[in-house]
Design a protein. Structure first.
Length: 336
């Protein structure tokens, strides 16, 4: 089952009291991975020091360009929590045997992750079959990769006919602008720059109608969660409070901090975050997410990757890769 019992969470919290890697009484520190050019409310809490205060320790922040790099950093022990890791790279890691777990839904989005076709080709959704034989930049093993595979399947474009180049979104945008690739896939600032040189094939709503969901998670090594459950819960509590503040107020002051922390100008950040949704704790624990849809969706992602030859095999179920114990603790404490 996805849901972990309260007893299991309490056991993890008790173990946390004696964990040497991090403690709740002001000793130790934690390193958290995140993305630049990905404006989210938690960045305002990062800037204010709210996480350090709530956790009673120093929180070090390190930025990544892909979710696969986050997985590697968690595997090496360099990072304890990753905020907004895409579901596909998480699935790739867990399918390969890495013992990491999801602890919350960081953000849900559809229009902020897409593929863009060079304007000069004049290809749209009605002529997408003409993409056969073209060169595409895709950050492999990411949410954009999954969306790319699903879109190509929808349009009947044979993957074997494509020249697929592994590129992070910023590099993919540069390649598209220079005419080095015919289309490119990505997210955030990279996607915004791609759109300056081409057009998308499907809107976010059109992708959702096809069952192409796009959301990111907060993830962590299972061993870290087991030994530091209270730390993880406090971290998620701060995140939930920041999300609630943004949902209620969406103040210019908060947006300015989010933009600065994400390395974006104000209007670019405004445009990106407008397409983001931040589910409440209650919503995350409902059947829409961890109470029903999350595990089957991840299984679907894994099966697509297996069929495409991106991973060797999928797990029978991804239910055990989700640990709602810390999130349930936030809910019990009255978190948003």
């Amino acid at each position: 089952m996805i849901k972990k019992t309260a007893c299991a969470f309490v056991a993890g919290a008790v173990m946390a009291m004696t964990a040497q890697t991090a403690t709740a009484d002001g000793h130790g520190e934690i390193t958290v991975g995140y993305f630049l050019e990905w404006p989210m409310p938690f960045l305002a809490a990062k800037a204010s020091g709210a996480y350090d205060e709530a956790l009673g320790m120093k929180v070090n922040w390190v930025s990544f360009e892909t979710g696969t790099a986050m997985s590697a950093a968690m595997a090496s022990g360099d990072v304890q929590l990753s905020v907004s890791q895409g579901v596909p790279p998480f699935v790739v890691a867990t399918s390969g045997g890495q013992d990491i777990q999801i602890v919350d839904v960081a953000v849900s989005y559809s229009d902020n992750d897409n593929c863009v076709v060079a304007e000069a080709l004049e290809i749209d959704k009605d002529s997408a079959g003409e993409l056969a034989g073209k060169k595409v930049a895709v950050p492999l093993g990411t949410a954009a990769h999954y969306g790319f595979l699903r879109q190509m399947d929808h349009f009947g474009v044979d993957l074997a006919s494509l020249q697929i180049v592994d590129m992070a979104p910023p590099e993919g945008a540069a390649a598209l602008s220079q005419g080095a690739v015919d289309f490119a896939c990505g997210w955030g600032g990279g996607l915004s720059r791609m759109k300056e040189y081409g057009n998308i094939l499907l809107t976010g709503d059109e992708k959702q109608e096809l069952g192409i969901l796009v959301f990111d998670v907060t993830s962590a090594p299972a061993s870290y969660i087991a030994e530091n459950g209270d730390i993880v819960a406090k971290f998620l509590g701060v995140t939930a409070a920041a999300n609630a503040d943004w949902k209620e107020n969406q103040s210019e002051e908060m947006l300015a901090v989010i933009a600065e922390q994400s390395g974006m100008d104000l209007e670019a950040a405004r445009g990106s975050i407008a397409g983001f949704k931040f589910p409440s704790v209650e919503e995350q624990l409902s059947s829409a997410w961890f109470g029903g849809n999350a595990a089957p969706f991840m299984k679907g992602v894994a099966d697509v990757f297996v069929e495409a030859g991106s991973i060797d095999s999928a797990l029978d179920s991804y239910a055990d890769t989700v640990n709602t114990g810390p999130l349930e603790a936030v809910a019990a404490a009255g978190g948003s």
